[in-house]
Design a protein around this ligand. Structure first.
Ligand code: NDP
Ligand code: 2IT
Length: 449
């Protein structure tokens, strides 16, 4: 990994001190600024007019109270966030996360990553992110609906299909998007389909949006493997998480001939050397909304559940971290490398710590950073917006074909940019530089914004 260019050192120092106590945001900004040294060396004008400083400062940050009444009649209060980070390329676009760990640092790191990710897709979308410290685990459907309605009651004034278009993330799937869409419609008296993505098929959703992030990550890793005349066929794969991204990564990996041997949730991980039974995982996680440990009880022999352990100790050829930030440490990366891993595709946002990224790159492992590898989700959200704007609904095949094409383009853009800047095979640098240049060019053209 590169160090900070001396011209950019004060820029980073200023971001760190202005945003004290926000470690995840610092981590995301540091990585991008580290990559920009090579850009400034080649094109010094990108350091002018406080362009980088402006990119690191959100255009708008909204923090609000979300009061709601639980099933026992007790009043609860949560905190809601929406960070509208950058609209140079289009309306703010990015998911909403409902998880007890959500705070301003996490929303800002996610929003910052989203700017460059969205730029890489080539679609007309800016970057934003939001969410709440609400914990949906063990809440009834009624409680979740009332929470979503209260959340939207405060947020709706800031949204619009030409302003800001949220979608799902951890803890927010089709059900929650449905509740929020219903409330938006009541409050505005507008059936404004393009105000949220990840909607149900009966009211403006896009086919393949549910599958898009996991499928897209798998397409991206496949493109990386192809550069080494390799493929998923016969490969052992470990996917962390067992939510939206993990499930559809596993589905695509299996269709490409790979064998997924382990997955996880926040309670531990399961190993099935015979190959994970994905129908069973879907039944447990999507239908029953249960725990992954139930897999072992239902499947029985030759499977096991490990409560306190590291999923990255399971030997594999390809690792696809698809749960949450910083879930794969330097120590985990070393274990994976020792066991012969050849490729890593980040389904989650920033799942590998900086130490882990460094270890993978030093070992010559094919490493796909989240802002490139998991861009298929938001890209398909943009396809959903496109269908909403033209009041159209495409087939699954047509939508998936567009997704596959977009992922191939992102792969090639990152690979070519890395090569152009003298670091062939460095997808982190390629993604950061290619994403930055698109946003920077649009901002320069629009004046001091
Ligand atoms: P889901 O809520 O569907 O699934 C999240 C999974 O990760 C669950 O298995 C959950 O376990 C596990 N998990 C969550 N937090 C933790 C934690 N702190 N420690 C351990 N395990 C945890 O979310 P998604 O699949 O949508 O999101 C997963 C990742 O992918 C996130 O980083 C998200 O930002 C990223 N992403 C999502 C996109 C999308 O379109 N949905 C697009 C691009 C990136 P449990 O069931 O126990 O809660
Ligand atoms: O991190 C992400 O890219 C997402 N959660 C999806 C965002 C979107 O608007 O589809």
């Amino acid at each position: 990994m590169t160090s900070i260019d001396e011209k950019l050192e004060p820029v980073l120092a200023e971001v760190l001190s202005r945003n004290a106590g926000e470690p995840e945001f610092h981590q995301a900004v540091r990585e991008v600024i580290e990559s920009l040294g090579r850009v400034i060396a080649k094109h010094p004008h990108y350091a002018d007019d406080a362009l980088i400083e402006r990119i690191c400062e959100p255009e708008r940050q909204i923090i609000f109270r979300v009061p709601w009444v639980d099933d026992k009649g007790k009043t609860q209060v949560n905190r809601g966030f929406r960070v509208q980070f950058n609209s140079a390329l289009g309306p703010y676009k990015g998911g909403l996360r409902f998880h007890p760990s959500v705070n301003l640092s996490i929303v800002k790191f996610l929003g910052f990553e989203q700017i460059f990710k969205n730029a890489l897709t080539g679609m007309p979308i800016g970057g934003g992110k939001g969410g709440s410290d609400f914990d949906p685990h063990d809440r009834s459907e009624g409680e979740i609906m009332r929470f979503c309605q209260s959340f939207m009651t405060e947020l709706f004034v800031h949204l619009g299909d030409k302003t800001d278009v949220p979608a799902g993330d951890i803890g927010v799937g089709g059900r929650e998007i449905g509740f929020m869409f219903g409330q938006y419609k009541r409050l505005t008296n507008r059936f404004e389909a393009g105000v949220l993505t990840g909607k149900g098929m009966l009211y403006g959703g896009s086919r393949a949006r549910t599958e898009a992030t996991g499928y897209g990550n798998t397409y991206f890793v496949q493109s990386m493997l192809n550069t080494k005349d390799s493929s998923f066929d016969g490969k052992k794969v470990v996917v962390s998480g067992s939510g939206n991204v993990a499930i559809y990564s596993m589905e695509k990996v299996q269709s490409f001939g790979g064998k997924v041997v382990a997955c996880s949730d926040s309670g531990g991980y399961i190993v099935d050397e015979g190959g994970i039974d994905l129908d069973l995982v879907k039944e447990i996680k999507l239908n029953r909304r249960g725990r992954i440990s139930e897999y072992v009880r239902l499947k029985g022999k030759c499977t096991h559940h490990i409560e306190n352990g590291r999923i990255w100790d399971v030997p594999c050829d390809v690792a696809m971290p698809s749960a949450t930030q910083n879930e794969l440490t330097g120590r985990d990366a070393k274990a994976l490398i020792k066991n012969g891993v050849t490729a890593v595709g980040e389904g989650a946002n920033m799942p590998s710590t900086p130490d882990a990224v460094r270890a993978f790159q030093e070992a010559g492992i094919l490493f796909a950073p989240g802002k490139a590898a998991n861009a298929g989700g938001v890209a398909t959200s943009a396809l959903e917006m496109q269908q909403n704007a033209s009041r159209d609904s495409w087939t699954f095949e047509r939508t998936e074909q567009r997704l596959a094409e977009i992922m191939r383009n992102i792969h090639d853009l990152c690979a070519n940019t890395a090569e152009e800047y003298g670091v062939p095979g460095d997808y982190v640098l390629g993604a950061n530089i290619a994403g930055f240049i698109r946003v920077a060019e649009a901002m320069r053209a629009q004046g001091v914004i």
